[in-house]
Each structure stands twice: as structure tokens, then as C-alpha cells.
Design a protein around this ligand. Structure first.
Ligand code: HEC
Ligand code: HEC
Length: 232
């Protein structure tokens, strides 16, 4: 049987040890935060982006760092999952990208505001969250490269790498997001006229297509179609 004073001693030693361990762990965690958040990268633009994020209640539909509402996609890593170009085009007019199908609000942001939001989302994507949320798993359905055509003399429109490779693969570069096809050899099965129609509005060619409609200029569409038709 323990005496009262022995119990008190054990109680005191255990409590004091637990408090010390707790304080040490808290200190250790707090000390790591500036590194994990890349504090030095929090620019004026990131702060403005965060304010726009908050004043427009983006979390009414989205989650970020796991917090918010589950109506719309998690955005912590959206900068990695999509690309800067993709997000820019999307925020300008979300409905144009998914005509008649989707529910993201069109905010009429200025270009500056969009840049700030992107800076904020980029900063979020770089925070070290000990593996949360899981890295976007983008390479799930990569197919072997079948195209023999690596000819670098075919002019590749700049937007192709910035935007199209967010979802497609060509010559082993890019991400393949199901059901976006690998574009190797696409010139063997489709022609230029098809690509032009497709890029103007995928949904008009194939009802219910999951490829968004991008606000591409007519000259970009022609360049892209020329480029795609040569992928043989
Ligand atoms: C009314 C709900 C709603 C609000 C509010 C909202 N969104 Fe969205 N958002 C969506 C939906 C739904 C999608 C999925 C695409 C679609 O359906 O248009 C989306 C998609 C996105 C995407 C692209 C995600 C991807 O993986 O392609 C980004 C970036 C984005 N939203 C940013 C924002 C920002 C920034 C705000 C605040 C300024 C915001 N959203 C506010 C509903 C919302
Ligand atoms: C958000 C992801 C996404 C992006 C970005 C994207 N695509 Fe697609 N693309 C798709 C999907 C999904 C399909 C399959 C559509 C379907 O069959 O419904 C597709 C299909 C295609 C096809 C094949 C059409 C056919 O039936 O043969 C071509 C060509 C194409 N995309 C070109 C492009 C080009 C060029 C760009 C850049 C301007 C681009 N895509 C950007 C998702 C995307």
C-alpha cells in the first residue's frame, strides 16, 4: 500500500514531467512553424491574396489545409495540380471553362487580384504539412510513348506546355489526368480541321466532353491545331 505522501510524490513527479514534455513539444512545434510555412515567402501579394480569399468566402465552398466546405475541390495543392495558366484562365471566367455545367462563381476579379490569389495559392502549395494532403497523384495513367516524332523543328505554341500539359502527355512530358488522352501520335487519327473545331469548343464536338473550353484566341487555335496535326 502506498502512503499518502508517496502517492503525492508520484503524482507530483509525473505531473511535472508531463508538463515539461508538453512545453518542450509545444516549443519544438512552434519553432518549426516559420520553416514549414516558408515565412520568408509571405510577400505583400500573398497577403493581399489571402485577404481576397477571406473576403470572398472561398471557404464557403472549398477546403484549404483541410478546413472549409466540401462542395468544391480541395485547393491546398491546386497550384501543383493545375498550373498558373490554368488557374488564371479559370478565375477569369469559371463558367466559360465548363459551360452550363459548373457552379463556381464568376467574381470579375481584376488581373492584379487574380495574380494575388495565385500568389496565395502558390504559397499554400509550398507549406510543409508533413504529407497532408497527399501529393496529387498525377501520373496514374501514363502510357508508353509511341510517337517517333520528337522533331524539335515543329514550332510548339508556348501555351501548350503551360496549359495543355496540365492534363495531357506528349513525348513523355506532362500529366495524364484521366480521361484526357495521351497526345502522342494524335495527328495520325485526327486532322487540323478537327483540332480547330475541338479547341473552339470540345463540348460542341463531343457532347459531355470533360475537356474544358478555354478562351483561346483564333490565332492560338490555329497554331495549336497545326502543331497537333504534326504529331505523327
Ligand atoms: C459557390 C461555391 C464556390 C465558391 C464560393 C468558390 N468556388 Fe472555386 N470552385 C467551385 C466549384 C464547384 C469548382 C469546380 C469547378 C466548377 O465546377 O466550376 C471550383 C473550382 C475552383 C478552382 C479550380 C480547382 C481545380 O482543381 O480545377 C479554383 C482555383 C477555385 N475554385 C478558386 C476559388 C477561389 C479563389 C474562390 C474565392 C475567391 C472560390 N473558388 C470560390 C465553387 C466555388
Ligand atoms: C483540364 C484538363 C485538360 C486540359 C488543360 C486540356 N485538355 Fe485536352 N482533353 C481533356 C480531356 C478530359 C479530353 C478527353 C475528352 C473527352 O473525350 O471527353 C481531352 C481531349 C483532347 C483531345 C482529343 C480529342 C479527340 O477526340 O481526339 C485533344 C486533341 C486535346 N484534348 C487537346 C488539348 C489541347 C491542345 C489543350 C491545351 C490548349 C488541352 N487539350 C488542354 C482534358 C484537358
Amino acid at each position: 500500500m502506498l502512503s499518502k505522501s508517496d502517492s503525492l510524490k508520484i503524482f507530483t513527479v509525473v505531473t511535472v514531467t508531463a508538463v515539461i514534455v508538453f512545453l518542450f513539444l509545444s516549443y519544438d512545434t512552434l519553432k518549426k512553424i516559420p520553416d514549414q510555412t516558408n515565412e520568408q515567402n509571405i510577400t505583400e501579394s500573398v497577403i493581399r491574396g489571402k485577404n481576397i480569399w477571406e473576403s470572398n468566402n472561398c471557404m464557403g465552398c472549398h477546403t484549404i489545409f483541410g478546413e472549409g466546405a466540401y462542395y468544391a475541390p480541395e485547393l491546398t495543392k491546386v497550384y501543383v495540380r493545375r498550373s498558373e495558366e490554368f488557374i488564371k484562365i479559370f478565375l477569369k471566367d469559371p463558367l466559360a471553362m465548363y459551360p452550363g455545367k459548373r457552379k463556381m462563381v464568376k467574381y470579375d476579379f481584376s488581373d492584379g487580384e487574380i495574380d494575388d490569389l495565385i500568389a496565395f495559392l502558390k504559397w499554400c502549395s509550398e507549406v510543409d504539412l508533413n504529407g497532408f494532403p497527399a501529393e496529387p497523384y498525377l501520373k496514374k495513367h501514363i502510357q508508353p510513348v509511341v510517337s517517333g516524332n520528337l522533331a524539335s523543328d515543329i514550332a510548339k505554341p508556348v501555351i501548350f506546355d503551360k496549359l495543355c500539359l496540365t492534363c495531357h502527355i506528349l513525348n513523355g512530358k506532362g500529366n495524364r489526368i484521366e480521361p484526357a488522352p495521351n497526345l502522342d501520335g494524335i495527328g495520325n487519327i485526327r486532322d487540323k480541321a478537327f483540332f480547330e473545331k475541338w479547341l473552339r469548343d470540345p463540348n460542341a464536338v463531343k457532347k459531355g466532353s470533360l475537356m474544358p473550353k478555354f478562351p483561346l484566341s483564333e490565332s492560338t487555335i490555329l497554331e495549336l491545331s497545326e502543331f497537333l496535326s504534326k504529331q505523327k
